[in-house]
Design a protein around this ligand. Structure first.
Ligand code: 5HY
Length: 243
């Protein structure tokens, strides 16, 4: 099978990072490619960033459909454009926030999320409620590191570990969900420090999609997630017109 990991921001370094993390857990018969759009925000840290990342996500999914990709991972913790991507993709599409939260719910009564900037905490809370994980999500916290500094900040692991330890203490939770694709490679060091399950959404999502494809399950194709009705799009979005 071929899986496409879409990094919704335009950072080549983060795309390479999520590809490494994804390939580290993909099965022997699974080919994984990671891509990012040619258009959109360098990182996603606001509702504005997220809204403007969606056309790029949908352009990459459309390219994946032309290439016959079997399944998709949206590698941004806001799961931007997830529902729209499910309308245009034949195969399953899984967002890293949803996959991480569902995985954490297997591991205990409750989990904490540690994301990047405080302003993204609300979005993570909304997603937990949206995915039916509201009761298990005992708290959402920020480590205060901007997305693109996760790789360059020499103290990133120390800061993320401290934020996770404080979250576990404050929430009384059993596990931690890392709230950014850019934290994927920090996961082993953080879990070694904390001694509790630490979930990386990139790997959780790759394994979820791989399982769905292995079971022969494709995305819902009728009703709410049927292909979008054909219509013309104008201006900058003309390429999204559907016949
Ligand atoms: C992410 N932003 O995973 C989110 C993290 C966040 O560019 N990739 C991003 O802070 O919401």
């Amino acid at each position: 099978m071929e899986l496409l990991v879409v990094n919704p921001n335009t950072s080549g370094a983060m795309t390479a990072l999520v590809e490494r993390a994804a390939r580290a857990v993909a099965g022997p018969g699974t080919r994984v490619r990671a891509v990012h759009p040619a258009m959109g925000p360098a990182s996603i840290e606001s509702h504005y960033d997220e809204a403007l990342s969606v056309p790029g996500v949908l352009a990459e999914v459309a390219a994946g459909e032309r290439a016959g990709v079997d399944g998709y991972v949206l590698a941004c913790f806001g799961d931007p454009g997830l529902d729209a991507a499910r309308e245009v993709a034949a195969g399953p599409v899984v967002g890293i926030a949803e996959a991480a939260m569902r995985s954490a719910m297997y591991l205990g009564r409750g989990f904490s999320v540690v994301t990047t900037l405080a302003r993204t905490v609300g979005r993570a809370r909304d997603l937990a409620a949206h995915y039916g994980a509201g009761r298990a999500c005992l708290g959402v916290h920020a480590c205060g590191i901007p997305v693109l500094e996760l790789e360059s900040d020499p103290d990133a692991v120390k800061k993320v570990v401290a934020a996770c330890a404080a979250a576990l203490e404050a929430d009384g939770s059993d596990a931690v969900v890392l709230g950014c694709a850019g934290m994927a490679e920090l996961c082993p060091a953080v879990s070694a420090e904390l001694g509790v399950p630490v979930v990386d959404g990139v790997q959780a999502a790759v394994l979820a999609v791989q399982s769905l494809v292995t079971m022969g399950l494709r995305g819902a194709a009728r009703g709410e997630f049927a292909a979008p009705p054909p219509k013309p799009y104008a201006g900058l979005l003309a390429e999204f017109s559907r016949e």
